[in-house]
Ligand binder design. Structure first.
Ligand SMILES: Cc1ncc(COP(=O)(O)O)c(C=O)c1O
Length: 458
């Protein structure tokens, strides 16, 4: 396994999309990164990540001051964050843990934005001491920041608003509904006036923040939410008679197409929708911050998993694999909202062909619903084959669920070069996160306190 950095741009002769994944699976099986001893792993396409970041930057050409941050929740892995920092990104964090990861990854504090919805006093103190930007979730939090903020603080401070423009197709992911828990609900009685008063009282409050997402929201809905936020900024500045709001943090939320290889909608389409809905956003009067997560990473990663057994039950073929709810949690619990494409590969990691069979792709968790794909038509899977869950580079392998004490899978980055023999691309892997050991599982499960409960009773 090579530990060297991958080349910054994909080689023109390197395959793309599913063909790219196929090349990587074959090499991963050959290298033992997938197999009996490591039956599930995540893979990140480093060339793809660089290309996605470039597409984001290109969508905002000539825009005056834009800080593009990556939403760390979408891939909370230090090497991934460091790759993104190397690409010129900033980082959006939503917890003390994510702030720590962002700093460890090397983001300058001036390029970090803290958005968590329930900040403790300690969290705020630390953020202000480090100098990262902070978006208050509500007006009580503004008061709390006011009481903790040192006079010489350098952190940009903003207020998150909920433009209440409505939900998308996934209720649990919709942040701009009338009753969303996030931000100040802008159209509730008296809310606007209270927001203006808060800005009047605190001259250091210089940003507005809105995030209309995530996944399932149309470009029009996202743009409508940003337009409302822009209107509020204009109103505040006009009412106060000074340009106090100087920055607009417009969040992330660009949806991802999970149905095929195409990147749609693109960052260019997003920027065009914004230009149409809010032309004033780009005229240089506001510094902009974006916070994309899924749209930067989803299509740049996949999960590979061994098929341990197959069986028939009630007329249904079932493949028992090692990718289930511990790594594809949302897909298992909300299969209609988060369907994933599945690929079938043989024991050598080559794409399978042949007649298709209707199959359930089940995971290793000990509950009946642990199925990542129901009644999927795929070439017949056999024990020793592999499945690939496509487009899982964001929110999947980086945020595992520890049900059944299943260990966190290993994650590898890869880069592809041109073909070495006219056919076979050169694939280089680098470790991103080691697979969790059973010692670690036990330690996380209270091993150090093993006797703690024995002496408590009377
Ligand atoms: C405040 C905030 N910003 C950015 C994001 C990233 O959203 P997405 O991954 O859809 O781009 C989220 C996601 O939950 C969020 O809550």
């Amino acid at each position: 396994m090579s530990l060297s950095s991958p080349s910054p741009t994909p080689s023109p002769s390197a395959p793309a999309g599913s063909a790219r994944v196929a090349a990587v699976v074959r090499h991963a099986v050959a290298a033992g990164l997938l197999g009996e001893a490591s039956p599930v792993a995540g893979f990140i396409d480093t060339d793809g990540v660089r290309a996605s970041v470039a597409a984001l930057h290109e969508a905002f050409p000539g825009a005056p001051a834009v800080l593009h941050t990556f939403a760390a929740k979408a891939s909370s892995l230090v090497p991934v964050l460091r790759l993104l920092a190397d690409c010129g990104m900033g980082c959006e964090v939503a917890s003390p843990g994510e702030l720590r990861l962002a700093l460890d990854a090397g983001f300058a504090p001036s390029k970090i934005v803290l958005d968590s919805p329930a900040k403790t006093r300690d969290e705020i103190r630390r953020a202000l001491a480090v100098g990262v930007a902070v978006n208050a979730d509500n007006l009580d939090e503004v008061d709390r920041i006011a009481s903790l903020r040192p006079a010489d603080a350098v952190s940009a401070i903003g207020l998150r608003v909920n433009p209440q423009v409505g939900g998308g197709s996934i209720g649990a992911m919709s942040t701009a509904t009338a009753t969303s828990k996030f931000g100040v609900a802008l159209f509730d009685p008296g809310a606007r006036e209270r927001v203006v008063r808060a800005f009047a009282a605190h001259p250091w409050l210089t940003r507005l923040h809105a995030h209309v997402g995530s996944q399932g929201c149309s470009l029009e809905l996202i743009a409508a939410g940003i337009a409302e936020t822009y209107r509020l900024a204009e109103e505040i500045n006009e009412t106060l008679g000074r340009r106090q709001v100087t920055g607009l943090d417009i969040g992330g939320g660009l949806p991802v197409n999970f149905a095929d290889d195409e990147v749609r909608p693109s960052f260019a389409a997003y920027a065009a929708a914004l230009r149409a809905a809010v032309p004033g956003l780009f005229d240089g009067r506001y510094e902009l911050v974006t916070e994309f997560g899924r749209s930067l990473l989803a299509k740049n990663g996949f999960i590979g998993a061994l098929v341990e057994y197959t069986k028939d039950a009630g007329g249904r073929r079932i493949a028992l694999t090692h990718a289930g709810a511990q790594t594809a949690t949302r897909t298992v619990f909300m299969p209609d909202a988060w369907p994933l494409r599945v690929g079938a590969f043989d024991a050598g990691g080559r794409p399978k062909d042949g007649p298709v069979v209707v199959q359930d792709i089940a995971g290793p968790c000990c509950f009946a619903g642990d199925v990542v794909a129901h009644a999927r038509e795929l070439p017949e899977l056999r024990a020793g084959d592999y499945v690939v869950l496509y487009d899982t580079g964001a929110y999947y392998f980086s945020t595992p669920w520890s049900y059944n004490s299943l260990p966190r899978p290993a994650v590898y980055g890869f880069g592809l070069g041109g073909t070495s023999d006219g056919q076979d691309p050169v694939v280089r892997f680098a470790p991103v996160r080691d697979a969790q050991t059973l010692d670690s599982v036990s330690a996380e499960s209270g091993l150090a306190h093993a006797d703690a409960l024995l002496g408590l009773g009377s």
